[in-house]
Ligand binder design. Structure first.
Ligand SMILES: [Zn+2]
Ligand SMILES: [Zn+2]
Length: 153
């Protein structure tokens, strides 16, 4: 599954880099490969940590730059979770689930509601061709609800 995703993504990314006349560096592909192996949302910090774990040293600047390219190429989605927190995920994964975002702590949970998914798939809009979607439901997570109850006591 992962290998299949990566070979697909690699092809698309190569096409994008060639079209934009950008360099096809080892670093860019390694970053993409790691992203394809992640099944969850990630931020730049965790991505950097994972690369370090694999003894792959890359500057934060390169990481930001590569992520920006992947977003522009339409392979990665940027989620602005809260004004302070940005997370990313593969675009092919983004519309397989919906996101529950806690407005207190910024925690993100994914749910898979098949009825909602079917509704979104059947969405008909005039003069517009939908390609993908990201659905966010904002609220309060159970941990924060618990904390708030404790504070009231
Ligand atoms: Zn997601
Ligand atoms: Zn919370």
């Amino acid at each position: 599954m992962e290998a299949k995703i990566y070979s697909d993504m690699r092809k698309k990314f190569t096409g994008y880099l060639e079209q934009k006349k950008l360099r096809k560096t080892e670093e860019r592909y390694t970053i993409l490969e790691l992203i394809c192996a992640l099944t969850n949302h990630f931020d730049i910090f965790t991505l950097h940590e994972k690369l370090e774990e694999q003894n792959f040293h890359v500057s934060k600047a390169t990481l930001y730059n590569t992520i920006d390219l992947l977003v522009e190429a339409g392979l990665v989605v940027r989620h602005q979770i809260t004004p302070q927190s940005v997370q990313y995920e593969l675009r092919v994964l983004a519309d397989t689930h919906q996101h529950l975002i806690c407005t207190k702590c910024g925690d993100v949970r994914e749910i898979r509601d098949q009825a909602l998914k079917a509704d979104m798939k059947n969405l008909k809009v005039s003069r517009f061709t939908p390609e993908y979607y990201c659905l966010y439901v904002y609220g309060i997570c159970s941990k924060c609800t618990f904390k708030m109850r404790q504070q009231k006591k």
